[in-house]
Ligand binder design. Structure first.
Ligand SMILES: NC(=O)c1ccc[n+]([C@@H]2O[C@H](COP(=O)([O-])OP(=O)(O)OC[C@H]3O[C@@H](n4cnc5c(N)ncnc54)[C@H](OP(=O)(O)O)[C@@H]3O)[C@@H](O)[C@H]2O)c1
Length: 329
């Protein structure tokens, strides 16, 4: 099978499209013919060597699969050949999804929502699973509460807006002005241009000093230390970013705040929760660009560059390229 193999840690040129052996499903595993995957910041962080201790080389990265079950290993009961499935491969535990075939434990695999194309489904497994875990499991966002979502136009942010809206929250989000219309169309109530206005001032003004119940951090920097300035009493901060240096969170004390750090975990339950939102019309991934398996190095360079003109996700067509043409039409 064809796969993009990471041969060394470095720039996008560190990938090589190679022929490698097709994996064989073991007990409890399914073999999936990958139709689509997508690009996440985690992929270029892996490629650069940010997690070099956890990533053996040469290796295959990639953290989203949408495809069709080709074969099942002994003991698999939930799936049969021909089933359309979606999932995030176990992170830092075996080959990823930049390949024509992938094997996974059936426990982390879900049935692909029928209303999504493979490109759409593959754009959602990692970011959607992260959004669900952060909002529902960790922050326990409730109807009538308010949330500040940093980076609302990004891969994670545009999904978090929709999931938080479906949960009945009032949504504040930071984006640049070009993306105001996009995030409003997803359900954002108050939009703040982070390039022109300090979000702390904006939240204080918009909430008459009350603050928000939850802050969702997708950007890092000083967000954790500044969050108490925008939190209401008993507020929660949920962060999905790797924190580069120690932080002093003492200001959180006066707000009785709690902090949740999320590194997304894989299970079918989360995917089923997302499916329910999708089938109710409350969640749809936005694909900003589509590339092919062979063009993954270009897709990495695009996502990694700050001025990439992107909203939502970059999807990768692993199956027929006709899929790319129709998605870009
Ligand atoms: N822990 C986990 O399980 C987990 C899971 C998924 C992702 N993540 C992490 O979450 C982060 C975001 O991922 P992603 O997929 O959403 O990335 P992405 O698609 O590249 O989106 C990032 C977004 O952040 C915006 N942004 C950058 N600086 C900002 C600022 N100061 N204020 C407001 N918005 C800002 C960008 O907007 P512009 O276009 O204006 O630059 C962009 O829309 C990455 O660090 C990723 O590794 C963690």
């Amino acid at each position: 099978m064809k796969a993009q193999v990471l041969t060394s840690f470095g720039g996008p040129e560190s990938f090589e499209l190679r022929d490698v052996p097709k994996p064989v499903p073991q007990s409890g595993q399914v073999l999936v013919r990958v139709q689509a995957t997508s690009i996440n910041p985690l992929d270029y962080q892996v490629r650069r060597g940010d997690y070099a201790d956890l990533v053996p080389l040469p290796g295959i990265t990639g953290h989203d699969v949408s495809g069709v079950v080709e074969e099942v290993g002994p003991g698999v009961t939930a799936f049969a050949p021909g089933d359309e499935v979606w999932y995030t491969p176990q992170i830092f535990d075996g080959p990823g999804s930049y390949a024509e075939y992938h094997v996974a434990a059936e426990s982390i695999v879900g049935r692909k929502p029928a209303s999504l194309t493979h490109l759409e489904a593959a754009s959602l497994t990692l970011v959607g699973g992260t959004a669900w875990e952060a909002l529902a499991v960790r922050a326990q966002l409730k109807a009538g509460e308010s949330i500040l979502i940093h980076g609302g136009a990004g891969g994670v942010g545009h999904v978090v807006i929709q999931v938080a809206k479906a949960m009945g929250a009032r949504i504040f989000t930071t984006v640049r002005e070009d993306n105001f219309e996009f995030v409003r169309s997803l359900g954002a109530d108050v939009v703040i241009d982070y390039t022109k206005e300090d979000y702390v001032e904006a939240i204080r003004r918009e909430t008459a000093g009350h603050g928000v119940d939850v802050v969702f951090d997708t950007i890092g920097g000083d967000t954790l230390t500044r969050s108490p300035d925008v939190l209401a009493q008993l507020g929660r901060v949920v962060s999905i970013v790797d924190i580069a240096k120690p932080q002093n969170l003492i200001q959180a004390w006066g707000k009785n705040a709690s902090y949740h750090f999320v590194f997304t975990r894989q299970n079918r339950g989360k995917l089923d929760e997302l499916s329910a939102l999708i089938e109710r019309g409350q969640l749809k991934p936005h694909i900003g660009a589509v590339y092919s398996l062979a063009d993954i190095p270009s897709a990495h360079a695009r996502l990694e560059s700050r001025d990439n003109g992107l909203t939502g996700k970059i999807a990768i067509a692993v199956g027929p390229l006709a899929d790319v043409a129709s998605a870009n039409a």
